[in-house]
Design a protein around this ligand. Sequence first.
Ligand SMILES: [Zn+2]
Length: 259
Amino acid sequence: MQLVVLGCVTPYPAPGQPCSGYLVSDGDTHIVLDCGSGTFAALQDHLPPAEVTALWISHLHPDHSADLLAWSNWALNTPDAPRITVYGPPGWAQRLNHMLTGTLDTTLVDSIFDAYELRDHHTAVHGSLTLTTRAVEHSVPGFGVRVEGSNTCLAYSGDTEPCDAITDLARDADLFLCEAGAAVPGRHHTTPYQAEQTAITAGVHHLLLTHLALALDATAVARSPAIPTTIATPGQRWPSTQNRDRPDRASHTAANSIT
Ligand SMILES: [Zn+2]
């Protein structure tokens, strides 16, 4: 299994800096976790959209879902575009359909995607990847996910304050992709320190901090991590090479490549 960071900034994209989007691949199975602003273009640096198996959307804030519009326009304007499975929060298809057509049914969305709504404990299998979804604590209905491959597993927080569901998803994960959208503890988001505490409690092997709050200094966040920690950057891969074995939990790093 390999992860490519398509984008990781919030709350709006910048040149070369899309919002949240993560490509998870295992053989011919390719799943995109979140498609925030700018991620559809970034994806095409790595993979033709037609090769994507499924999209999984954590919640409907635009830094995680805005490029559903780009995916729709691609599907509508690409002859023989494959029907891509999309998992999203309740109501996602109606909202997207409304933005595309002004109507609240799902006729257009259903014509281009296989649409499913997420719920707590939802599971889905695509090829060798199994996705387990848990409801998390955000300002709108939101979800985190655990992706298990044949011999590795990663967890992604979506946007959430620390909660038991995230700890459960991250249990013994090889990689914990956790948001750090809060500079100080509060509701709806996680601080880098809280992400680290969750990672320690869950026994994860490597923490990849993403979605850093604007007020945070990325170079300072992972300066003295208690567990191996990396700050996400666009284009970053995990493992850092195709043939790499499981990440080394003994070495601590704050460099840009995940080692
Ligand atoms: Zn966000």
